[in-house]
Design a protein around this ligand. Structure first.
Ligand code: 13P
Length: 252
């Protein structure tokens, strides 16, 4: 049985003290919530990882970085390796976010290297994919999403793939207040699960958690999460307030 997950992606928000405070609030709310139907993860800036680790109970709240380098170590000024991320105690890394692909020119090949390094260092990967508005409108969106998944993940073995979570995030829905309808999201989630079934087999496809991201909030999460192939969310803006985030966590 696959897991439901609600993960916050704080992006480039909060100072370290603000982030520690937010993490404490999320941790307390999760500890107080009875019978949660999902795992909860906070995706924080690199600078926050060790401090946040100290204030969360990692048996209840997972910890993710938002990126890692596509090199092992060495002369890459400003980069943070997968081994460094793992050494903070983080257990997840978000890779392939459209903001990284778009603003920092991350290619499928680079993401493949990052995925390999993350897995080698014992991190689970939340791998993002999703189409632009233009790709949605010109009808190429399934080809785009399929290529993103194939080109960076299909070299993995089924055993390795057990450590991959997919996040479908239509770029036109990120930070725009314009959510995909639950039917639009379900269609893509089912499409992605079909691709995984073709390549890795039905069992792997069935066991893979597929998250939706893009203007997800407490008011629309219940309808999205009710769909059979939507196993939770990757939450940007609404993860920056513990009450809003918990409104999504408790939407199952
Ligand atoms: P918003 O929830 O702010 O639309 O961001 C979604 C996202 O990009 C999560 O990774």
């Amino acid at each position: 049985m696959r897991k439901n997950i609600v993960a916050g992606n704080w992006k480039m928000n909060t100072t370290v003290p603000e982030g520690v405070q937010l993490a404490k609030e999320v941790n307390e709310a999760v500890a107080a919530a009875a019978d949660l139907k999902c795992d909860v993860i906070v995706g924080v800036p690199f600078t926050h990882l060790t401090a946040v680790k100290d204030v969360i109970d990692m048996g209840k709240v997972g910890l993710a970085a938002q990126n890692c380098a596509n090199h092992t170590s060495g002369a890459y000024t400003g980069e943070v390796s997968a081994a460094m991320v793992a050494s903070t105690g983080a257990n997840y890394v978000i890779l392939g976010h459209s903001e990284r692909r778009g603003y920092y020119n991350e290619t499928a090949e680079m993401l493949k290297e990052k995925v390999d390094l993350a897995l080698e260092n014992g991190l689970k990967v939340i791998f993002c994919c999703g189409e632009s508005l233009e790709e949605r409108e010109n009808g190429s969106f399934k080809d785009v999403i399929g290529a993103e998944i194939r080109d960076s993940l299909f070299h993995l073995s089924a055993e390795q793939f057990a450590n991959i979570v997919i996040a479908y995030e239509p770029i036109w829905a990120i930070g725009t207040g314009k959510t995909a309808t639950s039917d639009q999201a379900q269609e893509i989630h089912a499409f992605i699960r079909g691709l995984l079934a073709e390549h890795f087999g039905a069992q792997v496809a069935d066991d893979t958690t597929i998250l939706y991201g893009g203007s997800c909030k407490p008011s629309n999460a219940p309808e999205l999460f009710a769909k059979p192939d939507i196993d939770g969310g990757l939450i940007g803006g609404a993860s920056l307030k513990a009450a809003d985030f918990m409104g999504i966590v408790t939407a199952f």
